[in-house]
Design a protein around this ligand. Sequence first.
Ligand code: SAM
Ligand code: SF4
Length: 472
Amino acid sequence: MSKQLYIETVGCQMNMLDSELVVASLRKAGYVVVDTPAKADTILFNTCSVRQHAEDKIYSALGRLKHAKKHNPNKIIGVMGCMAQKDQKLIFERAPFVDLVVGPGQLHQIPELIEKIGAGAGQQLEVSLDRKAGTRAEIEQSFESYDPLRDPQMRPTPFQAFVRIMIGCDKFCTYCIVPSVRGPEQSRPAAHIVAEARQLADEGCREITLLGQTVNSYKHSAGGRTHRLSDLLAELHEIEGLARLKFVTNYPKDMTDDLLEAVRDLPKVSPYLHVPVQSGSNRILQRMKRGYTVEEYREMLARIRETIPEAAVTSDFIVGFCGETDEDFDQTSELVRESRFKNSFIFKYSERPGTKSVQLYPDDVPEEVKKRRNNELLAVQNEISEEDNLPLVGRNVEVLVEGPSKAARRHEDEDSPTLQLVGRTHCDRIVVFEGNRRQIGQLLDVTVIDANAFTLFGSVVTQHVGPEVYSL
Ligand code: SAM
Ligand code: SF4
C-alpha cells in the first residue's frame, strides 16, 4: 500500500527546491503526495527562520496537529529546514508530538529516518554543526547537500526549474540568520551544475533559475580552471532546449563587469537582476555590515544601466533596523525614487536570536513606526512600478506561459477552450492574458493592452504585424 505524504513549504526558492528534492526521494520510497494533512500519514514542514513571523506560523500549524496525533499516534510529523537547524531540541520541547527534526544539510536522510521512526526508534534529530563547533572543513562537510534527485511534479511548473549553484553564506550581515542555519558558503562544481541543467532540458525544461544566497559570488576551481558565474552562464547557454536563464540573489559588491557583459551578450540570460541594497543610509548599512556604501551601490547601478540599458533591477529593503531615524528612512525613500527598481521586497526588521545585531544594538524602532515606514516605502515603489509599466502598453513582449492565472484556477472549467493564463517576460514582468491550455509552456508574443504596478495585461499576437518583438 502506498504511503501518503503532505508537505508544506514556507520561505525562499531554496526551500521550494529542497522540498522538491525531499519529495523525489520519498516518492522513490513509495510515497504519494496528498493535498491536506488529514489525508496524510507523514506530514513535513519545510521551514524558514529569516523573520519571527515565519517561525510563529509553523509553531501554530504544529499546534493544530496536536489532536490529530493523539487520535492517530502512527502519524509521523517532521520539521525540516532552517528552523530545524536553528531551534533543534527546542522544537521537541515546544511540540513534544513532533517525531523528526532535520536541518538543511541532512535532508537526504529523511526516508531512512522516517523508516526508523516507523520501526519504533522514537524521536529523531539530525542537524549540522554549529558554525563555531569545529574546523571550517568539518563544518562545511556537515552542511553539504546531496546530489539531487529531481521531481518534475514538485517544480513551479514542468518547464521551469531551480538549480542550486552554491549553498550557505559567509557575509554575516548583522541582522541575518542565514549564515548560521545554512552554513559556510560553498560553490558546487560547474560540471555537476551543467549536467543537471542538461538533464532538466532533456525533460522539457525551458527556464532555469540558478540559486545562491549570494549567487554572483559563485567561484569553483577544478582541473586547473576557475569558473565564475559568467563562465557558468556561458556554458549553460549552450544547452539546447533551454530558452531562459535567471539567477538570484546578487550581492552588490560582487556585481562584476564580466557578469554584466555575460548578461548583455548571452541572449538566453534574462536582463533581470535582483540586487538587494537593504537601506539608503550609510549609517544603517554600516550597522548592517553590508560591506558597501550608498555611493558604491549607485555606482554599481549606473554600470548595470550603462551595460544593459533594458535590465529590470529589483531590490530588498529592511525598514526599522536598530537605530533607524526618520532621516535614515528618508534617505532610503530617496534611493528608491531615484533607482527605479522594477519592484522591491520590503520587510520590517525582525530581531533574530543568535545574530550580531542582537548583541550590538537594541531593537528600538517601535512596531507602528516599522509598519508606517513599510507602507510608505511600498507606496513609493508601487508608484514607480506603475510609471515604468505604463509605457509598455501597445508594445509586444515575449512571454513564457506558466499556466492558468490565480483567478482561472479558482473557477477552473475543464471544458472551456479558453482561459486566463499567466506568464512572465524575459525580465520577469508578470503578464496576464486570455489563451488556451495548449499554449502553457510555450514562448508567445503578447501585445500589452493595459498595465498596473504589478501586472501587464495582454492579448496574444496571432499575426505578427509589429516591427519587432521587444525583449523585456
Ligand atoms: N542572500 C540574500 C541577500 O543577501 O540579499 C537574501 C537572503 S534573505 C533570505 C532575503 C531578505 O530577507 C534579505 O534580503 C533581507 O531584506 C530580509 N531579511 C533578512 N534578515 C531579516 C531580518 N532579520 N528581518 C527582516 N528582514 C530580513
Ligand atoms: Fe543574509 Fe547577508 Fe548572507 Fe544575504 S548576504 S544571506 S542577507 S548574511
